[in-house]
Design a protein around this ligand. Structure first.
Ligand SMILES: *[C@@H]1O[C@H](CO)[C@@H](O)[C@H](O)[C@H]1NC(C)=O
Ligand SMILES: *[C@@H]1O[C@H](CO)[C@@H](O)[C@H](O)[C@H]1NC(C)=O
Ligand SMILES: *[C@@H]1O[C@H](CO)[C@@H](O)[C@H](O)[C@H]1NC(C)=O
Ligand SMILES: *[C@@H]1O[C@H](CO)[C@@H](O)[C@H](O)[C@H]1NC(C)=O
Ligand SMILES: *[C@@H]1O[C@H](CO)[C@@H](O)[C@H](O)[C@H]1NC(C)=O
Ligand SMILES: *[C@@H]1O[C@H](CO)[C@@H](O)[C@H](O)[C@H]1NC(C)=O
Ligand SMILES: *[C@@H]1O[C@H](CO)[C@@H](O)[C@H](O)[C@H]1NC(C)=O
Length: 545
C-alpha cells in the first residue's frame, strides 16, 4: 500500500526535526557568543596575529575555520554552545568606508541565498558545524530578517563613483514591492513606524523588508527552514525582532524547527516580555540594564535589581526561563568600560550564571577586554593569545562548573525558578536550589559578612549542613539554627552548593571564609577590611519557613 500524503508529510516533519533542539534542550546549556570576524584567524595565519584596529571598522580576518581551530578555548571554559555572526553575503561599500564602516560584523545582509565569503567557504562552515556537534556542543545562527543593507551613493557624494542612488542588483529581493516604501524611523513610540520604516544611516540605509507582503513572508519562512536543515543549526538568534510585526514570528519560528531567541532592544520588561509570546525567548535587555546599574558602582541599587527580577516573572511568558542572560554583547559598551573594580566585575558576571536565563558570555569578557561603545567593544580575541590562565577565564570556568554541578546534583535545578531571598544596601541573596548565591557591590577593596537563613531551603541546607562556596572554594557550615554565616573577600560574589555536589568544582578546599586557596580570585587585588563596609552585609531570611 502506498503511503498516504499525510504519512509522507509526517515523515518529512519528523526528519526535519530529527536534529532540532528545543527551548528545553537549550535551557541546559551555556552559550559563548562569537563575533566571527574578530574571534580567530584561519589556522594558516593564526601564528601571525594580525593587528585589528576596532576604530577602523574594517574586516580583521576572522573565519569559520579559525573558530573551529579554537573550540578548545571555548569548551575549556565549560561552554556547550556557541552563537556565531550571520553567515549570508554582505553589502560591500567603497573604501575608505562611510562613517558607519563596513559589513565586517555580518549585520548588513544583501543576498540571503549566498554565504559571506569573507568568513570562508560552504565546506568551512559545514566543517565548523560538524566539529561543534562532535563535541556534543550546539551552534546558534544569528539571522537578520528585518532588512537588507543598501549603499546610498548620493549620500556619500563620491564624484569618482560610477553609480548613483540605490541599486538592488544582486539582492535576494530585487523588486521595490518587496520593501516598505522609504521612511526613516524617527519616533520609537510609534510601533507601526518601528516595524515599517527603515533603520540605518543616509549612507547605508537598511531597506526594510515588506513583511506585510505574503509572498515575501513565504520567501523568508522557506529560507529559514532550508538554512537550518541544510547546515543543521541547533538554534537561532534573531536580530531586530521588534522591527517586524509580532504575528510574523510564530510562523518563522515554526518553519525553522529550532529554538529561537530574539533581540528586543528596550529596557521596558512589559514591552520586551510581549515578544516571549511569539518566539521561545528574548535577550534579557531589561535585566541587563538593572544589573548594570546594580554593579557598575558601589552605589547601585539592589532593590531595583530585585524589582526587575519580579518584572521578568510577571511579564515574560515563562518568567526567567524565557531569557538569554548576558552582561556584554557586540552592541553595548563592555562592563569594564564602566568600572575596573574586579569585585564588581566578578559579581556582574556571576549574575549571568545564577539566574534562570540561559547564560551567554560575549567573546573577550574572559580576557577582561575594556572596549566602550560600538565599534570599540569588538576587539580581536587573537590579540589575547587565547590565554587561559586569566582570572576571568577561570572565574567563568568556575561558574560554568557550578551550574553543571547544580544540574547534576538536582534534577529540578533547571525547572526551579530563582527566588530573591533578601536584599540589603549592598547585597542580594538568591536561591535556585541547590544553588544559593549572594552577590554584592561592596567592591574589590572590601569584605563583608554574609548571614543568610537557609535552613528552610531544602535538603542539603538544613542545620549543620556542610556547604562549599565555589568561587573561593571554601567550606562553610550551616549553624544549628539554619543560618549560613560567611565572609566575602575582596568584594567577590559567593555561590554556594551542598558539599556533596561540589567535589568536581573545588578539589582543594580552604577553611571557612579564609579566602586562601581562592580559585578564581584576582591575584592583584588586595584584601582590606574596611570599617565602613565590614558590617554592611547582614542578610536575614524574611520568608517564613
Ligand atoms: C540617500 O541620500 C540622500 C542624500 O543624503 C537622502 O536624501 C536620501 O533620503 C537617502 N536615501 C535613503 C533611502 O536613505
Ligand atoms: C506612525 O507611523 C506610521 C508609519 O510611518 C504613520 O503612518 C502613522 O501616521 C504614525 N502614527 C502616529 C500616531 O503618528
Ligand atoms: C508582493 O511581492 C511580490 C514579489 O515578491 C510582488 O509580485 C507582489 O506584487 C507584491 N504584492 C503586493 C501587494 O505588493
Ligand atoms: C544549502 O547548501 C547548498 C550547498 O551545499 C547551497 O548551495 C544552498 O544555497 C544552501 N541553501 C540555503 C538556503 O542556505
Ligand atoms: C517594573 O515594571 C514596571 C511596570 O512596567 C515599571 O514601572 C518599573 O519601572 C519596572 N521596574 C524595573 C526595576 O525595571
Ligand atoms: C578600565 O581600564 C581600561 C584599561 O586600562 C581603561 O581603558 C578603561 O577606561 C578603564 N575603565 C574605567 C571605568 O576606568
Ligand atoms: C556533571 O555530570 C557529568 C556527567 O555525569 C560529568 O561528566 C561532570 O563532570 C559533572 N560536572 C560537575 C561539575 O559535577
Amino acid at each position: 500500500m502506498a503511503p498516504s500524503l499525510l504519512t509522507l508529510a509526517t515523515l518529512a516533519l519528523w526528519a526535519h526535526h530529527a536534529y532540532a533542539a528545543s527551548a528545553s534542550d537549550w535551557q541546559k546549556r551555556t552559550i559563548y557568543q562569537v563575533m566571527t570576524d574578530r574571534f580567530a584567524l584561519p589556522p594558516s595565519q593564526d601564528s601571525q596575529g594580525a593587528p585589528c584596529d576596532t576604530g577602523a571598522q574594517l574586516p580583521c580576518g576572522g573565519t569559520w575555520s579559525g573558530i573551529e581551530n579554537h573550540l578548545d578555548y571555548i569548551q575549556g571554559m565549560g561552554f556547550d554552545a556557541i552563537w556565531i555572526s550571520p553567515i549570508v553575503a554582505q553589502l560591500q561599500v567603497p573604501l575608505p568606508p562611510p562613517a558607519d564602516g563596513t559589513a565586517y560584523h555580518g549585520y548588513w545582509p544583501e543576498n540571503i541565498y549566498a554565504l559571506n565569503d569573507a568568513f570562508g567557504t560552504d565546506s568551512d562552515l559545514r566543517s565548523l558545524i560538524s566539529a561543534v556537534h562532535s563535541r556534543g556542543m550546539f551552534i546558534m545562527l544569528d539571522v537578520v530578517v528585518n532588512h537588507l543593507a543598501t549603499y546610498n551613493v548620493t549620500a556619500n557624494a563620491d564624484p569618482a563613483n560610477p553609480w548613483s542612488g540605490i541599486s538592488l542588483t544582486g539582492y535576494s529581493l530585487d523588486e521595490d514591492s518587496e520593501y516598505h516604501p522609504f521612511c526613516p524611523i524617527t519616533n520609537y513610540g510609534n510601533q507601526t513606524m518601528v516595524e515599517q520604516c527603515w533603520l540605518g544611516s543616509a549612507a547605508v540605509p537598511l531597506a526594510d523588508v515588506n513583511t506585510e507582503n505574503q509572498t515575501t513572508v513565504d520567501t523568508y519562512y522557506s529560507w529559514i527552514g532550508d538554512v537550518v536543515s541544510n547546515y543543521t543549526f541547533d538554534g537561532l538568534r534573531i536580530d531586530t525582532l521588534k522591527h517586524i510585526r509580532k504575528d510574523f514570528w510564530p510562523g518563522f519560528a515554526q518553519a525553522s524547527g529550532v529554538f529561537t531567541i530574539g533581540e528586543v532592544l528596550d529596557s521596558d520588561a512589559q514591552y520586551v516580555g510581549g515578544y516571549t509570546q511569539v518566539i521561545d525567548a528574548v535577550l534579557d535587555y531589561p535585566g541587563w540594564g538593572m544589573v548594570l546599574q546594580a554593579f557598575q558602582t558601589t552605589g547601585g541599587s539592589m532593590s531595583m535589581l530585585a524589582q526587575s527580577i519580579q518584572n521578568t516573572s510577571t511579564y515574560f511568558k515563562n518568567g526567567g526561563f524565557s531569557v538569554g542572560s548576558f552582561l556584554e554583547n557586540h552592541d553595548q559598551p563592555r562592563f569594564p568600560s564602566f568600572t575596573n573594580d574586579t569585585g564588581l566585575i566578578k559579581n556582574a558576571i556571576a549574575w549571568v550564571f545564577v539566574n534562570d536565563g540561559i547564560p551567554i558570555v560575549y567573546e573577550g569578557q574572559e580576557q577582561e577586554y575594556t572596549g566602550g561603545a560600538v565599534p570599540y567593544d569588538r576587539e580581536a580575541i587573537w590579540l589575547s593569545g587565547y590565554e587561559t590562565n586569566k582570572p576571568l577565564y577561570k572565574h567563568i570556568t568556575t561558574l560554568n562548573m557550578a551550574r553543571q554541578a547544580a544540574k547534576n546534583g538536582s534534577s529540578s535545578f533547571l525547572t526551579t525558578h530563582m527566588e530573591v531571598i533578601s536584599t540589603s544596601t549592598h547585597s542580594i541573596a538568591m536561591a535556585k536550589y541547590p544553588m544559593l548565591s549572594v552577590l554584592t557591590n561592596v567592591g574589590q577593596s572590601a569584605s563583608g559578612q554574609v548571614s543568610v537563613a537557609v535552613g528552610s531551603l531544602g535538603n542539603g541546607y538544613s542545620a549543620n549542613s556542610e556547604l562549599v562556596e565555589v568561587i573561593s572554594c571554601s567550606s562553610v557550615k550551616v549553624d544549628g539554627s539554619g543560618n549560613l554565616a560567611f565572609t566575602t573577600q575582596s568584594g567577590a560574589p559567593a555561590v554556594f552548593l551542598p558539599s556533596s555536589m561540589a567535589s568536581k568544582v573545588c578539589t582543594n578546599l580552604a577553611a571557612s571564609g579564609s579566602g586562601s586557596g581562592a580559585k578564581g580570585a584576582f591575584s592583584t587585588s588586595i584584601y582590606m577590611m574596611s570599617a565602613a563596609v565590614s558590617s554592611v552585609i547582614a542578610l536575614v531570611l524574611l520568608v517564613s519557613a
